[in-house]
Design a protein around this ligand. Structure first.
Ligand SMILES: NC(=O)c1ccc[n+]([C@@H]2O[C@H](COP(=O)([O-])OP(=O)(O)OC[C@H]3O[C@@H](n4cnc5c(N)ncnc54)[C@H](OP(=O)(O)O)[C@@H]3O)[C@@H](O)[C@H]2O)c1
Length: 312
């Protein structure tokens, strides 16, 4: 067990969706939360070292990253690779240099090969080619996992990695050009309800299966891992439950009170038929999510109405 009480915990990327959830969750621990302002550009080694020299955090969570969808990855491959490599390398090296006791690095499910057997187990890493649309981001995230492993092996550092599934919740991006499927559905159903429209349309057949986790559940899993896990292998963090996109759209419409039809547009691409993480390892350690999808969507809709969102 790693005791967080009395420890200073640096949440890198605290303004982001994941970082903000970590700050909320850590307030329930007897720890001191440290943050850095955006003037500390985490791509800059000297800035990161300067910050660590001054604050010397006991614990670091790497929730800062250059994040985006397919279009952004495709348009800015250099930024997705360079920014993410620099952010994680600077943070991991500074954590080692200034004696951080524990570090948690966050990646995502895109690290797994495009054709990885479903549900995706941790062992699937580096067993095949990546999805080409986000390989820049994925390569950087794989390097982050390897950095943690390398510092553990060479220097005995307690640096660990977690790979979350699709997240949603407060601070999510509702810009229809950039958003993920769940916030996009919430916004579409909300606007259709407001406009008195009789239908909304989702892309594709509605049959692809996807997994979602509320970001507050992820933050809880991160704290659980900080306290209980110390190992080289990265750990998947998912809900373990999958839902067809069509059923998800129906659920969103119901939660929001949109009574029109949810139509499918089969001329649009479906994407991969199934994407689910195997979170058996984390479950075997004793962690379970606590926010069922329908409740989580209702909470996300309240956040949306309250304006706790980006891009709306
Ligand atoms: N959201 C998801 O569905 C999801 C799913 C799986 C994994 N994850 C992982 O969780 C982590 C965080 O994701 P997120 O959704 O919270 O992303 P986010 O909302 O975009 O937050 C990322 C944060 O990093 C900060 N950042 C980026 N570049 C920086 C730099 N050079 N210096 C200082 N800060 C910088 C951003 O600040 P600015 O906004 O000021 O640039 C932002 O606060 C990522 O590693 C991501 O892969 C997310």
């Amino acid at each position: 067990m790693f005791d967080l009480s009395g420890k200073s915990v640096y949440v890198a990327g605290h303004r982001g969706m994941v970082g903000a959830a970590l700050v909320r969750r850590l307030k329930g621990e007897a720890s001191r939360i440290l943050i850095s302002d955006r003037c500390t550009d985490l791509r800059e080694q000297a800035a990161v070292r300067g910050w660590f020299a001054e604050h010397r955090p006991d614990v670091v969570v790497v929730a800062a990253a250059k994040v985006g969808g397919i279009l952004a990855n495709d348009s800015y491959p250099a930024e997705f690779l360079y920014d993410n490599l620099m952010i994680e390398a600077n943070l991991v090296e500074a954590a080692h240099r200034y004696g951080t006791e524990k570090l948690l690095f966050l990646g995502s499910s895109c690290i797994y090969p495009k054709m990885a057997p479903q549900p995706m187990r941790e062992e699937a890493l580096l067993t095949g080619p990546l999805e080409p649309t986000n390989e820049w981001y994925a390569i950087a995230k794989i390097a982050g996992i390897k950095l943690c492993q390398a510092y553990r092996r060479q220097y005995g550092r307690d640096f660990i990695s977690a790979m979350p599934t699709n997240l949603y919740g407060p601070g999510d991006n509702y810009d229809l050009e950039k958003s993920h499927v769940l916030p996009a559905l919430i916004r579409k159903a909300h606007e259709a309800k407001k406009a008195g429209a009789d239908s909304i349309t989702i892309w594709g057949s509605g049959t692809p299966l996807r997994e979602f986790l509320h970001v507050d559940d992820l933050a809880d899993a991160c704290v659980f891992l900080l306290k209980t896990y110390s190992g080289e292998e990265h750990v998947n963090v998912g809900s373990g439950k999958e839902i067809a996109i069509g059923d998800l759209a129906d659920m969103v419409a119901q939660v929001i009170g949109f009574n029109g039809m949810v139509k499918r547009d089969p001329t649009k691409p479906d994407g991969t038929p199934r994407k689910l993480m195997d979170s058996g390892r984390l479950q075997a350690m004793g962690w379970r999510p606590s926010i069922p999808l329908e409740d989580g969507i209702a909470r996300a809709y309240r956040d949306f109405l309250a304006g706790d969102v980006r891009g709306a």
